[in-house]
Structures are given as structure tokens and as C-alpha cells.
Ligand binder design. Structure first.
Ligand SMILES: [Zn+2]
Length: 215
């Protein structure tokens, strides 16, 4: 069961096809785990389509709606699927696999402390910093604070902090002003994707239009 979802704004922008690369990767990866958010995105897309149908001859806010239209009309591009090993397929959701285009075993884990390791994955087009984080089973790490907002998607195992428990598929939204100490569940290393953004890249426009209809 997914207990922690990404912010609705992120799903709005994702559904409208206007989110930055890092936000798209996060949203698409969470959707693999979360039926509830898949339903939300489907509702947002349907509402967007219905609203476009009802627009009078001249469409206001042309840019935003064109972006929505573009996404709805574009056929999905079908690319040849690379082969990944079983462990990679089990742990990484397909959007993240495709983004990394590598098996987990080929990634270089760097030991950051006695109890945690990281794989720096570089930055997305929008400048967000991606990292794979592994906290050893049953251990706690001091999570440093960042200037930008941090999203954490749990890929394997789980952890607890002052805000509660996060399991596979859950998304934690880090408040940059708070330092917390996640403790991995016993029995299995906890692997997460962290996305640290500068200022958030939500346009907010689609959200403002559709928000009243989704609640
Ligand atoms: Zn969700």
C-alpha cells in the first residue's frame, strides 16, 4: 500500500506534459507503484480534454492548452527496449530503468559512511541532482539539508523518520529547513532515488485551472 504520494501539482504538470525532466521521472516512476495516482492522472487528463473540447473558437491561454493538446494527441513513440537483468527489473521501475539505461550491478556504489552508500547519477536537463541512496538494513543516517527541495522515492525496503514510515513506491518530500534521521527497516537494505531540485519547476498553471475539479 502506498501511503505517501507526490504533491498534486507534480501530477497536474505531468498529466499536462509540462513538467521538467526530473519531475517527470519522479512522477512516472511513482505511477508504476501507485494505482491511486494513475487514476488521478487519468482524471486530470480527461478533465483537460473535456475542457479543451468546450473551449469557444478562440482559446485563451493558448500556450498551456496547446501543451495539453500536444500531449493528448501525440502517439507514444515506441523505442526498442534494452534488456535489463532480473534484479534491475525487480527494483527499478521502467521509467527509471530507461533513464539510467544500465543494470544496477554496473552502477558504482560509493561508500559515504559506515552505513550508507550512494551512486551519483548526475543532473537532469532542468538541473535537478539525481542520486541512488542505499541505507544498510536497520541503520540510521543523518540526512543533511539541501538548498533545494528534495524528493525521495523508495525503490527497495523502507525507512522510518520523524514523519512516519516510507515503503516501496512512497514519495517523501523533504523540507530543506529540516534535518532528519531516516532509519532503514531491518532485514533489507533500503534503496531510494533522491531528486534535489533548485526552485521547484511546477508551472502551477494547469493545477490552478483543474484543482477545484479533482477534489
Ligand atoms: Zn501515489
Amino acid at each position: 500500500m502506498i501511503a505517501h504520494h507526490p504533491p498534486l501539482e507534480l501530477l497536474f504538470d505531468y498529466a499536462a506534459g509540462v513538467s521538467a525532466e526530473s519531475a517527470s521521472l519522479l512522477a512516472a516512476s511513482h505511477l508504476v507503484f501507485c494505482r491511486e495516482c494513475r487514476d488521478r492522472v487519468a482524471r486530470i487528463e480527461a478533465l483537460g480534454g473535456a475542457m479543451i473540447d468546450r473551449l469557444p473558437g478562440e482559446a485563451p491561454a493558448a500556450g498551456a492548452f496547446e501543451a495539453v493538446l500536444g500531449r493528448l494527441d501525440e502517439p507514444e513513440e515506441i523505442l526498442p527496449q534494452p534488456e535489463f537483468d532480473a534484479v534491475t527489473r525487480t527494483i527499478l521501475p521502467s521509467p527509471l530503468r530507461d533513464y539510467l539505461n544500465a543494470d544496477l550491478k554496473d552502477l558504482k556504489w560509493r561508500r559515504r559512511s559506515l552505513v550508507h552508500e550512494e551512486v551519483p547519477l548526475g543532473r537532469t536537463e532542468d538541473g535537478a541532482k539525481l542520486t541512488l541512496l542505499k541505507i544498510h538494513a536497520g541503520k540510521g543516517v543523518l540526512n543533511h539539508t539541501h538548498k533545494g527541495e528534495e524528493f525521495t522515492l523508495v525503490l527497495q525496503g523502507g525507512y522510518s523518520d520523524a514523519d512516519g514510515h516510507y515503503g516501496r513506491g512512497d514519495v517523501a518530500v523533504g523540507d530543506p529547513s529540516v534535518t532528519h534521521r531516516p532509519v532503514a527497516d531491518p532485514g533489507e537494505d533500503c534503496i531510494c532515488l533522491t531528486v534535489v531540485q533548485g526552485p521547484l519547476h511546477f508551472t502551477g498553471l494547469v493545477g490552478r485551472i483543474i484543482n477545484p475539479f479533482v477534489h
